[in-house]
Design a protein around this ligand. Structure first.
Ligand code: HEM
Length: 424
């Protein structure tokens, strides 16, 4: 037994020394420090997948505001400094790209590999995303489509309340389910299998990090859920798709129909079209679910803020016109939503570095090598006490009097990623 233990410890020590060599041989004074690991390719995958937020926090405390980790064979440069993240988001040297990373996210969500499939990416980027931008923008707040989402949302909430007056409901289901169902109905009409796919989407979403590691046989129940969503979506579009594209889909929105027409006109197959639809549907839900959940969670335990918000909403409803939504009339709601974004958002941009680049981190120029993945650790910025006093406290009033110009380099929450985000 003793011999076995000695042999095992020697093996671990040897692996550790080897890994130190492996991760440090290319280090220069300018490169970010590397987080050591034992097993090549695996690197820090397990710690990262288990609890990314705590893992990154430990790394930041130990290695500073920029460092390298290896996750599932990729070298990831994590940047946790507000000014550097803002500089990277501007990307003036055009050193960053996201095509293969969007493809990776699509594969995680749909199970379909679109890497190298330029047609799908181009249609999404040039035809589908801009249409979403228009439909979900602030100026579209009073559009027919968003009014439909709103109407359905109320109907779903009423249905949920009346069908189970004395049941204990899961808070995530209270927020996510009505949002999902109302978005699906407003987009694709009531024949879309929304009831059937809600729990699958929920399972898929909560296993995103595990699926993203790409390790085989991980999160098998989420893989099954993903297949089910896929089959249901293909079935839903089948008769329209297989016909001349003229068949009526009851209650489908103009936006939903435009998406289908774009996908078909650009020569995508039914599988490719379903891939795009599922990815967009997931994208429209995941962050909103999380934000709504945490906002409601905090309000549930803060009755006085709840009351103030209700008063503000009632006044707003009395004063607002039918055709304009003036957000200056809802300062407390704006502050509550911004605080939720600060409190919840952990990741900003994720990009592939396509040429060697430099970034300034705390007055030091740091070199980032081509082919690394860049990960903006926005969570670290959002929980920095020098920017947001008592960051662990959810303070609904925090942004009531927030003025960017008074905070110098201290940013408003950076929840939206690079560039102007259409839902911000
Ligand atoms: C609280 C709500 C939301 C947050 C915090 C959020 C955050 C983000 C972030 C961080 C990105 C990555 C941006 C980047 O890589 O530069 C992103 C991309 C995206 N989001 Fe959102 N989002 C939200 C709501 C939505 C909604 C409601 C929709 C659709 C209706 C949506 C659709 C998309 C799409 C299509 C992309 C990809 C854009 C691209 O690659 O060009 N998001 N979002």
């Amino acid at each position: 037994m003793m011999e076995w233990l000695l042999g095992f410890s020697t093996l671990i020590a040897a692996l550790y020394l080897l890994s130190r060599h492996f991760v440090s041989h290319e280090s220069s004074t300018e490169s970010p420090p590397a987080v050591p690991y034992l097993i090549p390719w695996l690197g820090s995958t397990l710690q990262f997948a288990r609890d990314p937020v705590s893992f990154l926090e430990r790394c930041r405390r130990r290695y500073g505001r920029i460092y390298r980790i290896v996750v599932a064979g990729s070298e990831i440069v994590v940047v946790a400094d507000a000014a550097s993240i803002a500089e990277l988001e501007r990307d003036v040297t055009k050193s960053l790209d996201k095509v293969d990373l969007v493809a990776r996210a699509v594969r995680v969500v749909t199970g379909i590999n679109i890497e190298g499939d330029q047609a799908v990416y181009e249609v999404m980027k040039n035809k589908i995303f801009p249409r979403i931008a228009k439909a979900f923008s602030q100026t579209a707040m009073t559009s027919h489509f968003l009014k439909e989402v709103d109407r359905e949302l109320v109907a779903q909430l009423v249905k949920m309340g009346s069908s189970a007056p004395s049941t204990i409901l899961n808070l995530l289901d209270v927020t996510a389910r009505p949002l999902y169902c109302s978005t699906c109905i407003a987009l694709f009409g009531p024949t879309f299998p929304y009831e059937d796919t809600y729990y699958d989407f929920k399972l898929l979403d909560s296993n995103f990090n595990q699926l993203n590691t790409g390790i085989p046989f991980v999160a098998l129940n989420a893989v099954r859920a993903r297949k089910h969503i896929f089959r249901s979506t293909v079935r839903f579009i089948s008769s329209w798709w297989d016909g001349e594209g003229t068949q009526y889909i009851p209650g489908i929105s103009e936006l939903g129909l435009e998406w289908l027409q774009e996908l078909k006109t650009h020569g995508l197959s039914k599988t490719q079209a379903s891939t795009v639809l599922i990815f967009v549907l997931w994208g429209s839900q995941t962050n909103i679910w999380e934000m709504s959940f945490w906002l409601l969670h905090h309000l549930a335990s803060d009755l006085s803020s709840q009351e103030k918000l209700r008063e503000e909403a009632n006044k707003f409803n009395e004063r607002r016109g039918e055709s304009d939504i003036d957000t200056s009339l809802t300062p407390l709601l704006n502050s509550a939503m911004t605080e939720t974004l600060r409190w919840v958002s952990k990741t900003g941009i994720v990009r592939r570095v396509i040429k060697d680049m430099r970034v300034m981190v705390e007055n030091q120029v740091v070199h980032i090598s081509k082919e690394s993945i860049l990960y903006a650790d926005v969570g670290a910025v959002h929980s920095d006490p020098t920017i947001y006093p008592h960051p662990d406290q959810f303070d609904i009033n925090r942004f009531l009097s927030w003025d960017n110009s008074q905070h110098g380099a201290q940013p408003a929450p950076m929840a939206w990623g690079g560039g102007a985000h259409f839902v911000s």
